[in-house]
Design a protein around this ligand. Structure first.
Ligand code: MTE
Length: 355
């Protein structure tokens, strides 16, 4: 029994890629076996959450590391990169506090990640995204149907839009888990006001960086890199839509999409594209990465909807990350609880067809 649980922890550490840490070498000195969890699936859209790092597994190793006096943050210690530092300290926006919900622990938000440019294993991303990938300085380009296109440093952009604020939002992944995240950032509408779209601008297309040398996941796999996403201009102007540059009052960690990512809390997490290098105002609806991979499973809208199931996951309930292995699932709310702010945008849309 004892040996079994020890082996499980060892496998966990191996899969996090933390076995190079000298402190862990003291704890685990034997060679590590190759496990099924190390095998990469060539079709990411066929990758159920359970074949990446299962949450229980991730939480188990974290518990173990805590008991050994190490936190996931401590493990990557000195190698944490600086992202956009502009605008801090941010001010709390009292209108977006979600007092009834406990924010997810920082270590979980920063250690349980989907960022396929680095790995399909949620527990590996944190380490791989902090091995020399530079996220400051960072230039973002705003182009397309706008009167005032620009290429601008993210810190400069933060100044131009009037700084950042903190908002606590629910975050719901299509894999049916959820977190509550205190984001720092600015409204996307502030950027839209800055660049002045013209009447042809109906959509926004977002593009992530492309740098296979820093992001090993971009060297292969089925995704046609770079990762892309899109919103209608009305969605982009919605008061909830943020460009986040921080979490918990600090520059956003690389693994969470440094230095600037999208946050659309009423949509499934995959819409929240990370590490954006370009925003283009278009007249045609852009194709997003997941829709291009598997349009039967992922649509353009991706609004959180407990009544429309994903072919492989029921969307009616969700696991709350960090609430314990055996805790009850929570009912998923229409538009992830933001119905009042967003339902008007979809009143003429058949949400079963336009998922
Ligand atoms: N953005 C890029 N560029 N690459 C990705 O793989 N994954 C998406 C989204 N944005 C992803 C991305 C998915 S599937 C989710 S659920 C969220 O990021 C996860 O964000 P988090 O790691 O900060 O929780």
């Amino acid at each position: 029994m004892h040996i079994l649980s020890y082996a499980n922890v060892k496998l966990g550490v191996r899969n996090l890629g933390w076995d190079n840490d000298p402190r862990l070498a003291l704890l685990f000195s034997s060679p590590q076996p190759t496990t099924a969890m190390n095998i990469r699936n060539s079709k990411p859209w066929n990758l159920p959450e359970s074949t990446a790092t299962p949450e229980d597994d991730y939480l188990n190793r974290r518990k173990f590391l805590k008991a050994a006096g190490l936190s996931s943050g401590a493990l990557i210690g000195g190698s944490i990169a600086r992202a956009a530092t502009g605008g801090f300290p941010s001010t709390k926006n009292e209108n977006f506090l979600l007092e009834s919900l406990e924010p997810t622990e920082f270590d979980l938000i920063a250690g349980y990640n989907n960022f396929y440019e680095f790995s399909y294993d949620k527990g590996e991303v944190q380490k791989l995204a902090n091995q020399g990938w530079k996220t400051e300085p960072w230039t973002i380009e705003i182009a397309g149907h706008v009167d005032n296109p620009m290429k601008i440093d993210v810190n400069e952009l933060i100044k131009k839009v009037g700084g950042i604020e903190q908002r606590v939002y629910r975050f719901r992944c299509v894999e049916a888990w959820s977190m509550v995240i205190p984001w720092d950032g600015f409204k996307l509408s502030a950027l839209i006001d800055l660049v002045q779209p013209n009447s042809k601008a109906k959509f926004l297309k977002f593009t992530t960086f492309y740098d296979p040398e820093s992001a090993p996941g971009q060297k292969g796999g089925s995704i046609d890199w770079p990762y892309e996403e899109g919103l209608t201009i009305e969605e982009a102007r919605n008061e909830l839509t943020l460009l986040a540059t921080g979490i918990y009052g600090k520059p956003i960690p690389n693994q969470n999409g440094a230095p600037i990512r999208l946050v659309v809390p009423w949509k499934y997490g995959f819409k929240s594209i990370k590490s954006i290098v370009k925003i283009e105002f278009t007249s045609k609806q852009p194709m997003n990465t997941w829709q291009a991979l598997q349009s039967r499973e992922y649509g353009f809208y991706a609004n959180v909807n407990p009544e429309v199931d994903h072919p492989r996951w029921s969307q009616s309930t969700e696991r709350i990350i960090g609430s314990g292995f055996f805790s009850k699932r929570r009912d998923t709310l229409m538009f992830n609880g933001y119905e009042e702010q967003v339902a008007h945008m979809y009143k003429d849309l058949d949400l079963r067809r336009f998922y």
